[in-house]
Design a protein around this ligand. Structure first.
Ligand code: ING
Length: 314
């Protein structure tokens, strides 16, 4: 009996600033219904899937900022997603802005959860690699204020047992850092699910859009291949109040090959049968970490944060 899971990458089209959560949740439910009709046991939604990508806006009033955050999941507006999970027997991944009080202190994270078919939350991940900046940057064509609105995630890169396999999560910019996938790879991960909101153009250069689309797939395909894991990367895409986000949502096999991909900038479902047993060969041969890695030579990776140039005197 193979460990095959039919997975739906549920790309979202744009969410305008004025669109409310009930309207968005109805779009998510429509995608869950489609996924159910196509036999999916798991559906993957994007990063910050309940609202527009609000870190593009400079805000100073904390109450205004907090309108974009969820203080509980499930909540009145999101409970229908958990009900649908039970009704369809379908797990889901959802990215959202999390406001939480822990030990009397309020924290705000860019968060994602993994929910199993019963509707129980199996795991939570808080984004570690926060891109962008804290203060308004007039040199940029548009702002990217994730470092302003979110704290660095404090849960590490865990891996959870689900669907008789090993599942991990990361969020958007995390996919650009090989350490993200390797930490999960060292825990035997077999499927990494992630969402992204990636502007089509670079706010600091005239980088061609096709290059950014290339980097998106390159990052996820490399992570999949170098850790012999499935990677499901799902976009919120399209034009949000004049700001273009890229699509390209993809289901990537442990070989690094693209098994399915979205081709629009709208709400769209891409589906693939993901056999977790396809992870074995890579993990037992070319990426048999125990046999091949030489950690005695990797010290700089965790001892050093930035670049230290070698002493150039000799
Ligand atoms: N978005 C972008 C991402 O990492 C970015 C930000 C784009 C950083 C391109 C560097 C290069 O896909 C989020 N939300 O992280």
């Amino acid at each position: 009996m193979t460990r095959t899971i039919t997975v739906g990458a549920a790309q979202l089209g744009p969410i305008q600033k004025a669109e409310d959560r009930v309207s968005v949740v109805n779009r998510l439910l429509a995608l869950m219904e489609k996924a159910h009709a196509r036999g999916c046991q798991l559906i993957v939604f994007p990063e910050l899937a309940l609202t527009t990508f609000f870190p593009r806006y400079y805000m100073e009033d904390q109450a205004e900022v907090d309108e974009w955050f969820e203080t509980s999941i499930p909540s009145n507006s999101t409970q229908p997603l958990f009900d649908a999970a039970q009704r369809y027997g379908m797990g889901f991944h959802l990215g959202y802005a999390e406001k939480v009080k822990e030990e009397g202190i309020t924290h705000r994270y860019n968060t994602a959860i993994l929910v199993e078919q019963s509707g129980n939350v199996v795991g939570k991940y808080r984004k570690i690699h926060l891109p962008g900046h804290v203060e308004f940057d007039s040199d940029r064509a548009f702002q990217h204020l994730e470092k302003r609105y979110f704290e660095i995630g404090n849960l590490g890169f865990p891996v959870w047992k689900m669907f008789d396999g090993l599942f991990g999560m990361c969020i958007c910019n995390d996919r650009r850092w090989p350490e993200t996938f390797r930490v999960m790879g060292l825990q035997g991960v077999e499927m990494v699910v992630l969402g992204y909101n990636t502007p089509t153009v670079n706010s600091q250069s005239d980088e061609a859009p096709h290059v950014r689309a290339f980097h998106n797939l390159l990052s996820m395909q490399a992570g999949a291949y170098q850790n012999s894991t499935w990677v499901i990367g799902v976009a919120k895409a399209g034009n949000e109040d004049g700001h273009e986000l890229m699509g390209g949502s993809a289901i990537i096999a442990p070989s690094g090959e693209v098994a399915a991909q979205c081709v629009t900038l709208e709400d769209e479902l891409a589906v693939a049968d993901c056999n977790l047993d396809q992870c074995h060969f890579g993990k037992q041969t070319v990426f048999d970490f125990a046999r091949h890695r030489r950690i005695e030579h990797y010290g700089l990776i965790t001892e050093q944060t930035g670049v230290v140039l070698p002493d150039m005197e000799h």
